[in-house]
Design a protein around this ligand. Structure first.
Ligand SMILES: O=C(CO)COP(=O)(O)O
Length: 247
């Protein structure tokens, strides 16, 4: 049985003054029936882990593929773990676009994350032009093949399907479209990893809100969500957690 996961990605938002949202969240959901993860900017990982007091997991939004060295401005997976993180997002479409990260780079980052004992949340997703060109499943298949390392297991990897055109736009695919991609990802992962592929959690991300969470969580092979904007407020993220618990 896959344990559901509600994951929040704060992106480049949040200062120490926003950590009150974490206490509000853990007070409202002291022992959730699903796993809960928040990925703040790197500057807040330590303070958030402290504020969370083990009641929710904290993670990074990216890591370098190397353990240490001359990489100004980067942080390693080991550093995220050292700061109190237990997950790291890799291959988010904003990193793939802004920092030209290829599948090969994403795979190396996922390997570094796993090597440091973190759970890698590996993101895939098509652009609007690719969906319009009916290339969605080809693109997702290619990204999974290229970005997910051979050592992936249900315990060390989570896959997030985030259509690029649905991120921060208020637009979401139809439930049939989400099911089509999630079923395809499940079959692809089972074909490659057998039982482990069946155990990996598949998150949907892109304009998840309290108002659409319930129907998305009822969709085939959706084991949770990777939430951007709606994870910044404890009340919104809490409502999404409640919808996942009830699903
Ligand atoms: O990119 C996302 C999470 O990683 C989704 O962002 P939004 O929920 O703001 O659309």
């Amino acid at each position: 049985m896959r344990k559901k996961l509600a994951a929040g990605n704060w992106k480049m938002n949040g200062l120490k003054s926003n950590l009150g949202e974490v206490s509000a969240l853990t007070e409202a959901h002291p022992s959730p029936a699903c796993d809960v993860l928040l990925c703040p900017p790197a500057t807040l990982i330590g303070a958030m882990a402290e504020a969370a007091g083990g009641k929710l997991a904290v993670g990074g939004q990216d890591c370098h593929m190397n353990e240490s060295g001359a990489h100004t401005g980067d942080i390693s997976a080991q550093m995220i773990a050292d700061a109190g993180g237990s997950y790291v997002i890799v291959g988010h479409s904003e990193r793939r676009a802004d920092h030209h990260e290829s599948d090969l780079i994403v795979r190396a980052k996922a390997e570094a994350a796993i090597g440091a004992g973190l759970i890698a949340v590996i993101c895939v997703g098509e652009t609007e032009a690719q969906r319009d060109g009916e290339q969605t499943l080809d693109v997702i298949g290619e990204q999974l093949a290229g970005s997910v390392p051979d050592g992936a297991t249900a315990a060390n990897c989570v896959i997030a399907y985030e259509p690029v055109w649905a991120i921060g736009t208020g637009r979401t695919p139809t439930l049939e479209q989400i099911a089509e991609v999630h079923d395809f990802m499940r079959n692809t992962l089972v074909a490659r990893f057998a039982d482990a592929g069946n155990g990996m959690r598949l998150l949907y991300g892109g304009s998840v809100k309290p108002s659409n969470a319930e129907e998305i969580f009822a969709t085939s092979n959706v084991d949770g969500a990777l939430v951007g904007g709606a994870s910044l407020k404890a009340s919104d993220f809490g409502a999404i957690i409640a919808a996942l618990e009830a699903s």
